[in-house]
Write a protein that binds this ligand. Structure first.
Ligand SMILES: [Zn+2]
Length: 258
C-alpha cells in the first residue's frame, strides 16, 4: 500500500549504519517511519529529513503492523533561521519534545496547520536583541496555552466554572478546575487574578492572533503573570519529562540569548 502526506519532522534517530527512524507529525496524527539508506544516500534525502522541516512524504506500507517506509520526501518548508538562531532553536527543541511525548487524539488537522503557521512565524520574526528574551518567553507561553487548548484543557474564562455565573469583578483562577471562579465559589487552591491578566489570556488563546502586534503591546508585569501561570497550568496537566525545557529556561534566565 502506498500513501502520501505532508509531515513535520519531530525527530530522527539512526538505526544501524544505514537507516533512519523518523517521528513525523502529520495532519492525521503522529507516525513513525523508516527511511532506508538515508544515512548513506545523501542524494535521495539531501537536507530534507532534518528536524523542524515540513516535507511531503511518500510512504509504502506492507502489512498492518509494519512501520511504513519513507520512499521519497520533498521539502516543503525549511525554517533556516531556527538553525542559525540558537534561541529559536531551543524554543522549537522544547516544542518538538512536547509534541513527541504528548498524544493528542483530536483535532489533528487544525492542530497540524496551527503548528506550521506558528513555526513559520517564529522563523521569520525578526527580534530586536533588547526585547528578545521577553519575546521568546511570550512565544513559549503562547505555544503552551494554545497547545493545552488543543488537548481539551482550554481554560474557561467566560464564567465561573463552579456556579456558571458571569463574573463582574474579582476573578479567582483554579488550575485543577481549569478556569475562573467567582468570590462565592473560590476554594483553597484558587488565587486572585488581575482582570488585566484574564483579558490578556482571553486574547492569547483566541487564535488566530496577530502575534507581532501582540508582542509589542504587552507590559512586562501582565505578561510575567501569564507566563508563570501557563507554566503551572501545563505542568499540572501534562506529564512532560524532557530536558529541553530546562535548557531553554536556563538560556532565557541567564541572558545567553543572541
Ligand atoms: Zn461561582
Amino acid at each position: 500500500m502506498f500513501f502520501c502526506s505532508e509531515a513535520y519532522v519531530l525527530n530522527k534517530e539512526k538505526i544501524g549504519e544505514k537507516d533512519l527512524l523518523l517521528e513525523l507529525l502529520t495532519p492525521s496524527g503522529k507516525i513513525l517511519s523508516i527511511a532506508k539508506g538515508a544515512q548513506k544516500s545523501k542524494r535521495r534525502f539531501v537536507n530534507v529529513l532534518e528536524e523542524f522541516n515540513f516535507i511531503y512524504a511518500h510512504f509504502r506500507k506492507k502489512g498492518q503492523e509494519e512501520i511504513p517506509i519513507l520512499e521519497v520526501a520533498d521539502l516543503k518548508y525549511l525554517p533556516e533561521n531556527l538553525r542559525k538562531d540558537y534561541s529559536k532553536f531551543l524554543l522549537f527543541s522544547y516544542i518538538n519534545e512536547v509534541l513527541s511525548q504528548v498524544s493528542y487524539p483530536k483535532l489533528e488537522v487544525e492542530y497540524f496547520f496551527w503548528i506550521k503557521e506558528f513555526l513559520k512565524l517564529v522563523n521569520e520574526l525578526s527580534l530586536e536583541s533588547t526585547f528578545k528574551v521577553k519575546a521568546l518567553e511570550i512565544l513559549k507561553s503562547y505555544f503552551e496555552w494554545n497547545f493545552m487548548g488543543f488537548l481539551g484543557w482550554k481554560p474557561q474564562l467566560d464564567y465561573c466554572v463552579s456556579c456558571y455565573r458571569v463574573i463582574q469583578r474579582l476573578y479567582y483562577f483554579s488550575i485543577p478546575l481549569g478556569g475562573i471562579l467567582c468570590i462565592n465559589c473560590k476554594d483553597g487552591e484558587s488565587f486572585l487574578l488581575d482582570q488585566g491578566v484574564i483579558e490578556l489570556l482571553r486574547k492569547f488563546i483566541k487564535i488566530p492572533i496577530n502575534l507581532k502586534e501582540f508582542l509589542s503591546m504587552l507590559t512586562f508585569s501582565e505578561v510575567k503573570t501569564l507566563i508563570e501561570l501557563g507554566e503551572k497550568y501545563v505542568s499540572y496537566f501534562l506529564s512532560y519529562k524532557g530536558k529541553s525545557l530546562r535548557i531553554l529556561k536556563e538560556a532565557l534566565s541567564n541572558g545567553k540569548i543572541s
